[in-house]
Design a protein around this ligand. Sequence first.
Ligand SMILES: [Zn+2]
Length: 323
Amino acid sequence: MSKVKYYYDSETLSYRKIERKKRRTFTYISIFILASALFGFLFVFIASQYIESPREKALKRELANMQLQFELLNKKMNEAETVLENIAQRDNTLYRMYFETNPIPDEQRKAGFGGVNRYKSLEGFDNSKLIIESHKKLDILQKQIVVQSKSLDEIAKLAEEKEKLLAAIPAIQPVRNEDLTRMASGYGYRSDPFTKVRKMHWGMDFTAPRGTPIYATGDGIVTRADSNSSGYGRHIRIDHGYGYVSLYAHLYKYNVRKNQRVKRGDLIGFVGNSGRSEAPHLHYEIFKDGNRINPINFYYGNLSAEEFNDLLEKASIENQSLD
Ligand SMILES: [Zn+2]
């Protein structure tokens, strides 16, 4: 209910209603709204400087979480780095050492990236330091992995080569233990069965019945299978590479031909009594770089410790060889 206001009209001597002009009312209202709006904006503006909006709060939380995650990732990268360092150390001090190759220096493993600043685009933010640090760490980690991987490739190759070497070296007894009548004579000074003169016996004699199988003691190529060498009778030579040659003498029969490739354990011939031999036996020699060496150290492939001890004992007795 609006109050009705009156005024006294002296001309008509009567009271009259005061009528406010509609236009003026409109102006008042407009000014009021405008002022309220202005004040409102001002209030919101000032308030926004000190009070966070829900969205701002959410973003802040997200940022804090992101920061935390970054720190966690950095920690994980540190752990990965430690593991990789362990591998690198084993690589240098064990694997590379074992295969007789030089260790990879630390500077090479951990080298960063020189030249242009790769992290320029990451600079200038509040979290730049954290982010750049993480990038650097990951880059170095990545490089370390590449270096390690290359090193392992190299080692795999060396291992393969070593495996070939191990397969090539004469490493077993050329006659099976159960086929042996006895080990007749070892490497060293023995009396000659024919002249009875003490002289150097350059191999080992294994007595076995005629026709007993003889096996290749390592991988290689047959370079000789003939009787054109005085004294040895029918004999076989196998070139194993790496400077190793094995010789099998006084054979009864061959089971291989010249230039044939053989594997360790392949049947190459049979025990006999050909050449300068007193009784059926296998005379076995090993050459390293052209020099004859004691075969006693080359049976680790198929003899037990006991069998080896037994062999060693018999081989060191200075008796008469069968030649
Ligand atoms: Zn002999």
